[in-house]
Design a protein around this ligand. Structure first.
Ligand code: PLP
Length: 445
């Protein structure tokens, strides 16, 4: 028999798929945030995507602000990217031997980012994990430093104070607890934690332990605690860590090719020793990469003694998608200014709508990244994970549901950035602000 109530529900097919998924996959999803745990409700199972829009299994179309969590800066199903993948597909899907596309993408990435060597991997997690092994191999030191609430993927040593949900405190020497079961204290012990945007704390940590630190890894603009911008004083302190012989690693998995063609490194004038990439560099296929100066990168095998490998690394379809994406970005010099303008207009419209509804929000935005934190603070004033964590997550969840009900798919967590694409234009802005106004009224009322 058929359950009439579930058939008439606008999310019946997503609900049915979610039930099937939960039976065969932990929590029904292959990456936790997709399960909507922090906002509630049924995760939409997506059938297809085009331009700025996602269509779910029930045939409902949503304006997408997730962009696959960053990669889809050109919008979904971009004709140039689709064509490049289709063409590559004719020639076979994986060789396990080098091919020309890997050389082309490496040439493109090194030229755009001012690096000398790049190694391709399959995810952002692999990129940061490999960059840290390289830093340890190159310096002969054990310890690394990361910042509270920064996320660098799920490698053991990086799941320490890794953001959303866990608010434990590092002691004054940077010792902190793992933020996942299954990460031994022995690994976590090698990861020292400092507060983002606290130059004095970083200077003190480096003064005490700099001689044993292999690398300091950081998000140049934080996306994973919601958007947090670095202060110039903090960036200066980051550069000072190099004096101790530690390598400075910019994790540009989210910001690379998003904030500018040279990423946050170019936009903020950073000079890291190593850079990690992911997301946009693969144009929606699984790619990560790490790169830097030849003298550091040549420690990587087979040139040097630091082992790192991958069956599918440099995959021809993935390289084709990445190349087509970077070529399209380079061919449209006005794109970043348009993304900025859209995001600034979105911020202004949200601010206005929230004020009218009497809802307190504080907006951080840069380039095409934005977070509306549900708390009463001046725009742009939130600087640390502790600041972000003061937000009213219940109010955010109500607002998220209000948007979703009106066809706008915002990031399903308070502590995430949204991502604007080149396919978001005036019509999308109007749709978003109408939905936001109504959703704020529900939060306020
Ligand atoms: N580093 C940063 C800054 C990220 O935002 C992410 C993912 O969101 C990662 C690393 C991990 O990348 P991946 O999910 O591709 O493993």
């Amino acid at each position: 028999t058929t359950d009439a109530s579930s058939v008439s529900s606008p999310t019946a097919r997503s609900e049915a798929l979610f039930a099937r998924a939960r039976a065969v996959t932990p929590g029904g999803v292959n990456s936790p945030v997709r399960a909507f745990r922090s906002v509630g409700g049924t995760p939409r199972f997506i059938a297809h995507a085009d331009g700025a829009y996602l269509t779910d299994a029930d045939g409902t179309t949503y304006l997408d602000y997730i962009g696959s969590w960053g990669p889809m800066i050109l919008g979904h199903n971009h004709p140039g990217v689709r064509e490049a993948i289709t063409q590559a597909l004719q020639g076979g899907t994986s060789f396990g031997a080098p091919g020309e596309r890997e050389v082309q993408l490496a040439e493109q990435v090194t030229r755009l980012t001012g690096t000398e060597r790049v190694r391709f991997v399959n995810s952002g997690t692999e990129a940061t994990m490999s960059a840290l092994r390289l830093a340890r191999g190159a310096t002969g030191r054990k310890f690394i430093v990361k910042f509270r609430g920064n996320y660098h993927g799920h490698a053991d040593g990086l799941l320490v104070e890794a953001g959303s949900g866990l608010l434990t405190n590092a002691d004054s020497l940077g010792n902190a607890a793992p933020s996942s079961a299954g990460v031994p204290e022995d690994y976590a012990r090698l990861t020292l934690v400092s507060e983002y945007n606290d130059p004095a704390a970083l200077d003190a940590l480096m003064a005490a332990r700099g001689h044993e630190i292999a690398a300091v890894i950081f998000e140049p603009v934080v996306g994973n605690a919601g958007v947090l911008m670095p202060t110039p004083e903090f960036l200066a302190a980051l550069h000072r860590v190099k004096a101790s012989g530690a390598l400075l690693i910019a994790d540009e998995v989210m910001t690379g090719f998003r904030l500018s063609l040279r990423g946050a490194t170019g936009l903020l004038g950073l000079e890291p020793d190593l850079i990690c990439w992911g997301k946009i560099i693969g144009g929606g296929l699984p790619v990560g990469a790490y790169g830097g100066r030849a003298d550091v990168m040549d420690f990587v095998s087979p040139q040097g003694p630091v082992y790192q490998a991958g069956t599918l690394s440099g995959n021809p379809l993935a390289m084709a998608a990445g190349l087509a994406t970077l070529q399209a970005l380079e061919a449209d010099p006005g794109l970043y200014a348009r993304l900025d303008a859209y995001t600034a207009a979105l911020a202004g419209g949200l601010r206005e709508a929230a004020r009218e509804a009497g809802v307190a929000i504080s907006i951080n935005h840069i380039g095409s990244m934005l977070t509306a934190f549900f708390q009463d603070a001046p725009d742009g004033s939130l600087r640390t994970y502790t600041d972000a964590a003061r937000s009213d997550t219940a109010a955010f969840a109500r607002w998220f549901q209000g948007l979703l009900a009106r066809g706008v798919y915002w990031a399903p967590s308070q502590f995430e950035s949204i991502f604007v694409s080149g396919m978001h234009s005036d019509a999308e802005l109007g749709l978003t602000l109408d939905a936001a106004q109504a959703a704020f009224a529900e939060v306020g009322g």
